[in-house]
Design a protein around this ligand. Sequence first.
Ligand code: SF4
Length: 340
Amino acid sequence: MAATASVERASALEPYDGVRPDAAWREEVLRLAERRNAVILAHNYQLPEIQDIAHHTGDSLALSRIAAESDADTIVFCGVHFMAETAKILSPDRTVLIPDERAGCSLADSITAEQLRAWKAEHPGAVVVSYVNTTAEVKAETDICCTSSNAVDVVRSIPADREVLFCPDQFLGAHVKRETGRENLHIWAGECHVHAGINGPELAEKAAANPDADLFIHPECGCATSALYLAGEGTVPQDKVKILSTGDMVKAARDTHARTVLVATEVGMLHQLRRAAPEIDFRAVNDRAACRYMKMITPAALLRALREGRDEVHVAPDVAERARGAVRRMIAIGQPGGGE
Ligand code: SF4
């Protein structure tokens, strides 16, 4: 279920490139953003130069909230497509641009709305819980969206006798099933291709080689949910494991007494952590765990977005309306995940 349309798309298409992120680029990007009254948002897994020029950097939900509260006319979302869609769902009256619309997500591609409708038909009356890494069409078929931070609370909020369909991330689903002990929770067998890079033996080996290190697991993007599952299984020592949203991870970096921190997530996160606590040795559990879709938002693509007003993100109003309910329920339950 993992290797899907996004993988094929990204391997077939090279990033739009050719512009150096120098001082002239910075000046031009900021000038054009001001002229458009645009706010530039960058996910933590973006290239460092994109994170550094953005007005706000954070996780997808925090950025969507910032977008909804901002009075900018245009939101330039430097992230992957489902994130820009979520911003559009929450801010339907704004222009939302993604600098390269080919930036997909293999986890979001793990399930289509059609597949979800067929699954629902097999389980009439079931409550559908979808991870936020899904397309707008899938969100429109969903009762409650969740993030990794509040997935357990979301499922606990559903009456015990109701069946639950959980999609698309199988690792997060397994974690939720174990935490809630819920037998009537059905899990879709989707995953993110970056998961494969953060596997159990590697995690256990790194933890054993660095016994004094903290282990930070960022649950917001799907790439860390296998680590989340392994931590719960006891593959790595529980007291060293800190399951943190992006904002809390940066705070924990400032507060920890550990000299070394192992980071089990997409490698782009290291940039924010090293900026927050330069004296700590942050090491990726797997330094190959890079999301190629995130890296499609290049300096050239950002410049093009601001010059040409592309690529604009559209969500059909009826789809957005139905999806908005599921996203708002997510925000209302528990700790949906931190921000910057
Ligand atoms: S890291 Fe995985 S879940 Fe996150 S955007 Fe990339 S493909 Fe999707």
